[in-house]
Design a protein around this ligand. Structure first.
Ligand code: PMP
Length: 401
């Protein structure tokens, strides 16, 4: 069990008010608040070890490099990867998938080759593949979503052809909450000899992930959704793939030797990390992952699921609430015919922060035949009182509308 009252004192922002009311922050799937230890880690790194990494002979640069590389090792442990060389630092999930689409696409994709994604993907797992299509002539194949918000696994199996090059799917949908059966996705894809990339933006904060046990070939997540800083993301990639993929960007750090007659590449992971990395951010990210690991993802998941059950019970007592998908750490719903934005604004004025709209998943909205939803998403510091405040505010909102 989590001691949530104590945990909340670690998060300074949670003490603030909005419109003179205590903040009820239920937009955690968009970004999480930061514990004091992460905020302090940023100030501490700037105060004590700020020097550019990897290139310095001086003591400060060596200490900064050690802390940055220790952060990579923390991420490796968090994901259960075999080697720190398989952990690439990026700016976020979005850049991780763009790196993958560009570099994997360059190495392995040609005119007429196929990439499989699903109908429930975030735009960041759709558009990079469309851009690849414009450059290389690849084609997207789309796993349909069932009426109850799951991947249609029968249809998925029929999508494979000899031209399938990669499957890229979300672990947990940021709209539906559905926890996709990625083990089955990976087993089926591998039986066809096709590698699998997992968009872990919504799983890394909520459930234990072991990339080796899963057997996925790539896994992406964003630090800012796991109580870490903005501007840091991770792409895990199996060494055998990364070795065969060309650099994503050119510049310092990613080179072996530069000559005008031709340049060679650095070893993994540096081949994919051109320029000065956000080493202050990676150090703070490691602090966030240590914070989460110390509490334990199983305990965090149990706590968040109990909040979701309480919220679902409450929503069940309200007339005309339509819930979408398979809520896990988040719930998407609509209130009768009310526009989600109206519901969001009225909740906001009662101190309850939720997200409304298409959630960067317009194809899924089209599938559901709606303009958007209201989404409440939970984190380890949310309380039963937060749930009850949300339900009370929603009841008043329903009366006003
Ligand atoms: N994929 C999913 C499933 C997400 O929820 C998000 C964030 N909303 C992203 C990708 C993109 O993450 P970021 O904006 O941190 O790059």
């Amino acid at each position: 069990m989590l001691d949530v009252a104590k945990i909340r004192t670690d998060f300074p922002l949670l003490a603030r008010e909005v419109y003179g009311r205590p903040l009820v922050y239920l937009d955690n799937a968009a970004t999480t608040q930061k514990p004091r230890c992460v905020i302090d880690a940023i100030a501490d790194a700037y105060t004590t070890v700020n020097a550019n990494v990897h290139r310095g002979v001086h003591r400060l640069s060596q200490e900064a490099t050690d802390r940055h590389e220790a952060a990579r090792e923390t991420v490796r442990r968090y994901l259960g990867a075999a080697s720190a060389a398989e952990i690439l630092f990026t700016r976020g999930t979005t850049e991780s998938i763009n790196l993958l689409a560009t570099s994997f696409g360059e190495a392995f994709c040609h005119e007429g080759d196929e990439i499989i994604v699903s109908e429930m993907e975030h735009h960041s797992n759709i558009v990079p593949w469309q851009l690849l299509g414009q450059r290389r002539g690849t084609v997207l194949r789309v796993i349909p979503v069932t009426d109850d918000g799951r991947l249609d696994m029968e249809a998925f199996q029929r999508l494979f052809t000899p031209r399938t090059r990669l499957v890229s799917v979300a672990h947990i949908s940021n709209v539906l909450g559905t926890v996709n059966p990625v083990e089955d996705v990976i087993r089926i894809a591998h039986a066809h000899g096709v590698p699998v990339a997992i968009d872990g933006a919504q799983s890394a904060p909520h459930i234990p992930v072991d990339v080796q046990a899963l057997g996925c070939d790539f896994y992406a997540f964003s630090a800012h959704k796991v109580y870490g800083p903005t501007g840091v993301g991770v792409l895990y990639g199996r060494e055998r793939w990364l070795e065969q993929m060309p650099p994503y960007q050119g510049g310092g750090e990613m080179i072996g030797h530069v000559r005008f007659s031709g340049t060679t590449w650095n070893e993994l992971p540096y081949k994919f990390e051109a320029g000065t990395p956000d080493f202050i951010g990676t150090i703070a990210t490691a602090r966030a992952l240590d914070y989460v690991s110390a509490l334990g993802l199983p305990a965090i998941a149990a706590h968040e699921q109990s909040l979701v059950r309480r919220a679902l019970d409450g929503l069940g007592t309200l007339p005309d609430v339509h819930i979408y998908g398979q809520p896990s750490s988040l719930i998407s719903f609509n209130l009768g015919d009310a526009h989600p934005a109206d519901v969001g604004i009225l909740l906001d004025h009662q101190g309850v922060a939720v997200r409304t709209g298409h959630h960067c998943a317009q194809p899924l909205m089209e599938r559901l035949g709606i303009p958007g939803t209201v989404r409440v998403s939970f984190a380890l510091y949310n309380t039963e009182a937060d749930v009850d405040a949300f339900l009370a505010a929603l009841r008043r909102t329903a009366q006003m509308l």
